[in-house]
Write a protein that binds this ligand. Structure first.
Ligand SMILES: [Zn+2]
Length: 78
């Protein structure tokens, strides 16, 4: 499940939500982030391999609990 945190548009300074999460593709852990400003439509999306960066991860853990982030035992395909 994705989580989100309030942030500000880097372009116009309006408040907006940055959404992020972790997912698995082909058994590999990936993370992603997505931001879109409602005011000026400036947006950014990004992703990467491996565990989600720390600031995001701690928020994910806070919202969903650590158990959501670790593959279940015997669940090899993520
Ligand atoms: Zn903006």
């Amino acid at each position: 499940m994705p989580a989100s945190m309030p942030t500000r548009c880097e372009d116009c300074g309006a408040e907006a939500l940055c959404t992020f999460g972790e997912s698995c593709h082909g058994g590999k852990l990936q993370w992603w982030e997505s931001f879109r400003c409602q005011e000026c439509e400036w947006g950014v999306e990004g992703d990467g391999l491996g565990s989600i960066p720390k600031p995001y991860r701690s928020l994910l853990v806070k919202e969903e609990g650590e158990w959501e982030l670790t593959p279940e035992e015997g669940h090899h395909n993520c």
